[in-house]
Design a protein around this ligand. Sequence first.
Ligand code: AMP
Ligand code: MG
Length: 400
Amino acid sequence: MRSVEEHRRVVAGLITARPPAALPLADALGLVLAEEVVAGVSLPGFDNSAMDGYAVLAADVAGASDATPVRLPVPEDIPAGRTDIPTLQPGTAHRIMTGAPLPHGATAVVPVEATDGAVDTVTIRAGAAEGQHVRRAGEDVTVGTTVLQAGQVLTPAALGLAAALGLRELTVTPRQRVLVVSTGTELVSPGTALAPGQIYESNGVMLAAAVRDAGAEVIASPTTGDDVDAFRETLRAHVGDADLILTTGGVSAGAYEVVKDALGGPSGGVEFVKVAMQPGMPQGAGSLEGTPTITLPGNPVSALVSFEVFVRPALRAAMGLTHPDRPRRTAMLTEDLTSPRGKRQFRRGVLDPVTDTVTSYGPPASHHLRWLASANCLLEIDEDTSEVASGSRVQVWDLR
Ligand code: AMP
Ligand code: MG
């Protein structure tokens, strides 16, 4: 049997990065920048007011107080967005709003709260130091500065900064494009009535969501019956420019194993192996006419756990993410557990970070999706361990 680590290496070796491409900012969240961003403009781009108030010469309001207010005529009103920048004559005040350009000659802004707010002649009850409430051009970013580094993950704030600098696109390592194919003659789309022996298709929905959650893109998620020709035709029809074909079902030891029958054998391109893990023993990896192909088992828990262990980290690494794996930590086990010797077991668990404890959630079998749906971690028990005592510290993959 192949070890979990070895199969992780095989899968990771199959999936390669797409070449860098320019993407609109709205599509770039969570992707990795392929080139540094150098500011083409300064931020702020011009001196402007940090407050709603009055632009003044600081000297004109020196000594203003409740007892000795200063009264100044207000010749101009400067809302944010005014593009002709007026000049301030000594002995006057322009009403100004936050973000509006500071008039030439003004040296400070008196906040509206320190005035009577008048529009013709304003009464000012507080002095202002030179430069008070003025945001200077370039104090955030000076033109020519490198503000984002290649390799950085684009967060909402990074996208906001790029937009503030006037950029519409960023050059990134693009999302991996994944075709998700579900197999099984018993599968019926949700919304359709079930005949006896049929079940609702769920792996396709689940894996497509997992692909998107990993930051990659789903190009299609068709379902096909256990017929080799129909399966091959489905692949041909949907493969497009997929970076990865991900299938589920049809890889174990029974008859009608459509994925194995279609992709295995000397000419098939996919190697079918047993991996020493529970759940998720039957796995396949290889390529189909040059497109990397990973075949996951059909049992729903096996499918998603295998995706977590093998596919998610490989997809994320190929997108340039420096921490492709789920965060791992240890926690104290609240019960006794057993695990099959010789296999790495991944149990569903509930991690309580406050008490630093973890409890297994549901049975270890591979069809109990209900428990996985409400678990927040995977509990990893290594190959050499068959019993874990309550109170031991165990390895946990944090799925939150
Ligand atoms: P297989 O690996 O094809 O033998 O499938 C193993 C088990 O998983 C069977 O009980 C299948 O009915 C079930 N199964 C396979 N594919 C899916 C799917 N896409 N959605 C829900 N259950 C599935
Ligand atoms: Mg099947």
